[in-house]
Ligand binder design. Structure first.
Ligand code: ZN
Length: 395
């Protein structure tokens, strides 16, 4: 933490940080300047929901509610995305890892705004039965043609469009292993990041290891069950191993990863575990393994998930919730997970830090007198700047 410093900004970039006298300053007492938040996992298609779908003990029951809502909603997908981006911008996030379930274009993410949120758009792919694989693979290719992946050797290319593309084979219970492999190999060839929901529930582990339980029932009811769809004695590790060669892999939730699997993630720097604290709480899961992964030297970033399981898309609320739930978490850990780790996972090097050359995307947090932590509930987010433009000015 630097005290009493001047941060100079020009044309959307941080140009200098120093303690020299400077004439054009905005003085901010009792405030901390931090990089903009990076929301590493969201489903913007649910941004019109006033409250999450209630969880009544059955994960597949919750999925059923979500599918019914999708069938009856009136708003267009593009409008829902717009609503989500607006909320992100006004709650301090400059970038998002978004899961897209339809066919939108980069222009749909431009937000009709001079300071759009950077969106890494992961096309969600679902395909269990072999006859669906070809079509799903085609959709994935089309998406990557439309949304050019963001390449590490050209870190600022993304700024021109503020969008880049990735793939999201949804989860082991919706994507058959062969298709999963093909999607991962396509992403690898295109240097595109991959996001996958993994080890989210105990029921998922049961399906993979023994092909029984509530997911088996769900697949049978939807006429998607067939003998031989899953290998015997499968586990999340089988999927992690397939992800070892992609440029970035975002392991979403990972609530039930075992020590062996956490070790595997820690030993693969291309992998980041994405923890969604309030969603984790709303499904009543046991303790999340994020601290164990950090101890092993792995990367953890934070996401809000969608409004289908969380009351809002605010990373500020998410981080303050996590501080309250895990008082031992340090400001540095929380800040890293809410900014730098997400930017790294999404291949957006211009975000997640405040140093000369970085994007002038930042938040201003006013610390209440009584608080020790930056993420105490009494503190306020009083200003947000994205790419050098005030979204909300503190003065
Ligand atoms: Zn999700």
């Amino acid at each position: 933490m630097l005290e009493n410093h001047v941060l100079e900004i020009d044309e959307g970039l941080v140009t200098d940080i120093h303690q020299k006298p400077y004439s054009e300053t905005i003085r901010l007492d009792d405030c901390c300047l931090v990089p903009s938040f990076v929301n590493a996992h969201a489903h913007l298609e649910f941004s019109d929901l006033a409250r999450p779908f209630p969880f009544e003990g059955s994960f597949t029951g919750w999925i059923r509610e979500l599918l019914e809502y999708r069938d009856r909603r009136r708003n267009s997908l593009a409008d829902l995305v717009m609503g989500g981006l607006f909320e992100l911008r006004h709650t301090g996030s400059a970038a998002v890892g978004e899961i897209l379930t339809g066919n939108l274009n980069p222009a749909d993410y431009r937000d009709h705004s001079d300071f759009p949120v950077s969106s890494v758009v992961f096309r969600e792919i679902i395909g269990l039965l072999p006859e669906s694989h070809e079509e799903q693979l085609h959709l994935a290719k089309q998406h990557l043609d439309r949304f050019r992946p963001h390449e590490d050797d050209d870190p600022f290319a993304e700024q021109a469009t503020c969008t880049s593309g990735g793939l999201s084979p949804h989860a082991p219970y919706t994507v058959q292993m062969q298709l999963f492999e093909q999607l991962v190999s396509l992403a690898g060839n295109r240097k595109a990041p991959v996001a996958v929901h993994l080890a989210e529930t105990e029921a998922e582990l049961q399906l993979l290891s023994r092909q029984t339980g509530e997911f088996r029932d769900l697949l049978e009811r939807r006429e998607l069950w067939r003998k031989g769809l899953f290998a015997k004695n499968g586990s999340p590790l089988d999927y992690l191993q397939l992800l070892r060669n992609v440029s970035r892999a975002l392991i979403i939730h990972g609530n039930y990863l075992n020590n062996n699997e956490l070790n595997y993630i820690a030993n693969h720097p291309n992998m980041t575990l994405i923890y969604c604290p309030r969603t984790h709480r709303s499904f009543g899961h046991y303790d999340h393994p994020w601290e164990r992964l950090l101890q092993l030297g792995g990367q953890v970033a934070i996401g809000t998930d969608g409004r289908s399981s969380n009351p809002d898309l605010s990373m500020w609320n998410e981080l303050r919730f996590l501080k309250e739930k895990s008082p031992r978490a340090t400001d540095q850990q929380l800040l890293h997970m809410g900014t730098t780790a997400g930017a790294r996972a999404l291949q957006l090097p211009e975000f997640g830090s405040l140093k000369p050359g970085a994007s002038a995307s930042l938040n201003i947090i006013r610390r209440a007198e009584s608080t020790q932590s930056l993420f105490a509930h009494e503190n306020d987010l009083i200003g947000t700047m994205i790419r050098g433009q005030w979204i909300r000015s503190p003065v």
